[in-house]
Design a protein around this ligand. Sequence first.
Ligand code: ZN
Length: 222
Amino acid sequence: MKEYSTQDALVLFSGGQDSTTCLYWAKQQFRNTYALCFTYGQRHSQEVENARRIAEMAETPFRILEANIISHLAPNSLTDATMLMDEVKPAGSYPNTFVPGRNLLFLTFAATLAYAQGIRHLVTGVSEADYSGYPDCRDTFIRSANATLNLAMDKQFVIHTPLMWRNKKQVWQLADELGVFDIVKNETLTCYNGILAGGCGHCPACLLRNKGLEEYLAERGA
Ligand code: ZN
């Protein structure tokens, strides 16, 4: 179903499993798709280069926006190599992979760029299911941000979250339905230790990704 086939979309894109699946979802839904990748002092700059490579494979215009300021404001283990990454969520708080304000900032930048380019649709791979429970990945936050951006810029943006209610197994399933299972499996970088595809196998991102993949493959019978 191509509900928006006459319109354009901007995808918040990191080259990981989720945003790559979203990129191909958007390519199927919209007339033109654009990829926006943020740098914010990630430990692994190859994440950005890999995102560029995947966008080229997908024949999607790719733009990098520097948002490094966010890592100067709040210490987190994604950008500070001296911090040991939480492998489990500490009781009563968020793991130190949480970057406070990140998704609000990114959506604001994305909407600003979309405004300038006459794009109305934004796509982001956040999800409430199966994740660390980051507050800015929740549906209620996205709805609130959407309303705020529309008021701030006097536009009718639509933020699409095709993964919101999908667990990792179902994200693999969506990639398969979109015909890009092998691309997502072999070319994306999700691992916090910067290792492509199957990753290091023990960081929180790898554990989620690989568990979902095993579950999906068991279900698919492959
Ligand atoms: Zn890993």
